[in-house]
Design a protein around this ligand. Structure first.
Ligand code: SF4
Length: 286
């Protein structure tokens, strides 16, 4: 039985940086708040929780004073920073540099008045943490669209600046772009493909990897957007692909008659978890 781990899976640099910052702070102080799950992976959140990282939601955050809080790679809207300033909260800002740049670009477009105000449209998942941070750059005015059927939210008589949540898929973005340009009928549409290549560049590799194995175990947190996208890619190539969040979900029956197992995951899946899954599988079948 061959059990192989995809060498391109594991944390992207944005998540790796956030986890590293959390670990460094926890070594110094032994306790730290994190605004939202540091990463969309339950196993990693639990590991850091044991080291002293307490995950809080926004309701709790807006009651804090004189504390230290980590901002994860997804970033935050300006209101989070304003609250920190007024309430003596020290922020450990682990916003991914790619997301930070995207926030700045959206803010600039939103404030631009030449030739007339831009209507900011974001291809993204409504309510997703990164999207909330992006919408916050426009005082809540940006229009979030996930499917072409939602395009009626846009006023096509005004110029449009189109952006994408970093973890969305390129195909979906291009479909929206085409449809928006068609409806804008010659009006200015500024297209900003801001999809992070840390995710989209993994698609051909993961497709190739999934095709080489009889069974694929895709390891990811259930809330991970890129996990959903990459798992769909595995499934398209290899229908015998299973989504698991932890070792406990592995079913011995999956391995009957199987000679090769490939293990891969999302940009929010720690390499260590992939290795644990590989050892567990080896223990079951070898
Ligand atoms: S997926 Fe890209 S944008 Fe998102 S945290 Fe990772 S490196 Fe940053």
């Amino acid at each position: 039985m061959i059990v192989a781990i995809d060498k391109n899976s594991g944390f992207c640099f944005g998540v790796e940086n956030a986890v590293k910052k959390a670990e460094e702070m926890l070594l110094q102080s032994g306790a730290l708040f994190c605004l939202g799950d540091i990463v969309h992976n339950e196993v990693e959140v639990e590991r850091l929780d044991k080291l002293g990282l307490t995950t809080i939601d926004h309701d709790r955050y807006f009651t804090l004073h004189d504390e230290t809080v980590l901002i994860r790679a997804h970033g935050e809207p300006p209101s989070t920073y304003e609250y920190a300033e007024k309430n003596n909260i020290q922020l450990i800002d682990a916003t991914c540099p790619i997301v930070l740049k995207l926030q700045q670009r959206i803010r600039k477009d939103y404030l631009s008045i030449i030739p007339e105000p831009m209507q900011v449209v974001i291809y993204g998942k409504p309510g997703h943490a990164e999207v909330n941070g992006l919408v916050g750059q426009t005082a809540g005015d940006a229009i979030v669209v996930e499917h072409p059927a939602e395009l009626e939210k846009i006023d096509f008589s005004h110029p449009i600046a189109l952006y994408a949540q970093t973890t969305k898929d390129l195909d979906g973005f291009q479909i929206l772009e085409k449809e928006i340009k068609k409806r804008a009928n010659g009006k200015l549409v500024e297209v900003n493909d801001t999809i992070c290549r840390q995710v989209s560049n993994r698609i051909p590799g993961i497709r190739d990897f999934a095709g080489k194995h009889e069974l694929v175990l895709f390891v990811s947190g259930k809330k991970s957007s890129n996990g959903k996208l990459l798992f769909e890619t595995c499934q398209e190539t290899n229908s015998n692909s299973k989504f698991i969040a932890s070792l406990g979900e592995i079913d011995q029956a999956w391995f009957k008659g199987v000679n090769s197992v490939g293990i891969c995951g999302a940009t929010s899946t720690p390499k260590k978890l992939l290795e644990d899954v590989a050892h567990h599988v080896e223990g079951l079948v070898c």
